[in-house]
Design a protein around this ligand. Structure first.
Ligand code: SAM
Ligand code: SF4
Length: 355
């Protein structure tokens, strides 16, 4: 069992059962549905300095004790195994808020030095990015996604419970100036809170050259407050945007990318919509996830996970760690089952898994 203590029931353990009957002898992270995971999401910390209402409660969460969080050395070892032995080509740093991880720039430089060099990106709320974007880019960060759900100061304050909009906007500009292009913006719309913000947000992003993607709200909040009827669907998002903009399907190839893309007013500017709930893209999923305390998850919505930290701290060899990771991914389910009767929200919230 992963030693995570969120004051919640424990996640079932898969430790000690790494044999994967029927799995071909393939070094890559294959699963029984023919998918190959090449894209690793790494949570660097479960802590955050915002309190987005769709993510965590006002008082925050009981953060992981520091001795449970992977050290830089442990984390880099796991990433090296992922890149050298498991075919990971893309690494995204996330959290919690990844900018809160001490020594982030040094970690970025070490990850960028792995061979074959992975493409390296980060998802952040942008607080503090203004001062750090240039150093992150020179350390080897290739791309960045900044989460921004509104460009209205009061709406931002209500939604994130912090008055920090200007910090995020400054962070975005600094990322663009540092060459972290294309700068992507992730937005979640909440009914009655920021649904009026879809058009101003897109206008702001078009004006500043940022690529905006809306994400359907998912049942991953720590408070378990998600409600299907309240969720703003991709269809609704497109309807809100079409009141002001002409949207036509983008000719760009989608591949395993989660966003459906639309040309805005004939292009070349685009907007994306990630319909994780109403149009799941699980069949094309290329992702594997590593939590800040060293657990592997085959999906955001997994109900089990594999504790690699325990293996590493018990002195396992690289190939044993790699095998445990392979076996976890071999067990990946076909889809997230949000739309199935009996769907159970995962025990860990998004901020503790790494979004
Ligand atoms: N703190 C960083 C940030 O906000 O970008 C990284 C972690 S955050 C969990 C990653 C992404 O997940 C953000 O874009 C956030 O908007 C999104 N997110 C969080 N909770 C969500 C939910 N319940 N449904 C959909 N997206 C969510
Ligand atoms: Fe923090 Fe990101 Fe969750 Fe907002 S979405 S509370 S910024 S982890």
């Amino acid at each position: 069992m992963t030693a995570v203590d969120l004051g919640l029931p424990r996640v079932p353990s898969t430790r000690g059962s790494f044999s994967a009957p029927g799995r071909p002898d393939d070094p890559a992270l294959i699963d029984t549905f023919g998918r190959v995971a090449t894209d690793l999401r790494v949570s660097l910390t479960d802590k955050c300095n915002l309190r987005c209402t769709y993510c965590m409660p006002a008082e925050g969460l009981p953060w992981l004790p520091s001795e449970q969080v992977l050290t830089d050395e442990e984390l880099l070892r796991l990433l090296r195994i992922a890149v050298e032995r498991l075919g990971i080509t893309d690494i995204r740093l996330t959290g919690g808020e990844p900018l809160l991880r001490p020594g982030l720039e040094g970690l970025v430089a070490e990850i960028a030095a792995l061979r074959p060099r992975p493409r390296l990106s980060m998802t952040t709320n942008g607080i503090g990015l203004a001062k750090r974007a240039a150093a992150l880019a020179s350390a080897g960060l290739d791309r960045i996604n900044v989460s921004l759900d509104t460009v209205d100061r009061e709406t931002f304050r209500r939604l994130t419970r912090r008055d920090r909009l200007s910090h995020v906007l400054a962070g975005l500009a600094a990322a663009r100036d540092a060459g972290l292009a294309p700068v992507k913006v992730n937005a979640v719309l909440l009914r009655g809170t920021n649904d009026q913000e879809a058009v101003p947000l897109l206008r702001y992003c078009l004006d500043h050259g940022y690529h905006l993607r809306f994400i359907e709200q998912m049942p991953l909040d720590a408070q378990h407050g998600w409600n299907r009827a309240d969720m703003i669907t991709a269809e609704e998002i497109l309807g809100l945007l079409r009141a002001e903009f002409d949207l036509t399907p983008s000719p760009a190839r989608r591949g395993g990318a989660p966003a459906e893309r639309w040309l805005v007013d004939g292009g070349p500017a685009e907007v994306g919509v990630i319909a994780s709930v109403t149009r799941p893209f699980c069949a094309a999923c290329e992702r594997t996830r590593l939590t800040a305390d060293g657990a592997i998850r085959s999906c955001l919505f997994s109900n089990d996970e594999t504790d690699l930290r325990a293996l590493v701290r018990a002195g396992a060899r690289d190939e044993e760690v790699a095998d445990a990771w392979r076996a976890t991914m071999w067990g990946k389910l076909a889809g997230h089952e949000i739309n199935e009767a009996g769907f159970a929200q995962p025990i860990r919230p998004m901020s503790a898994i790494g979004g």
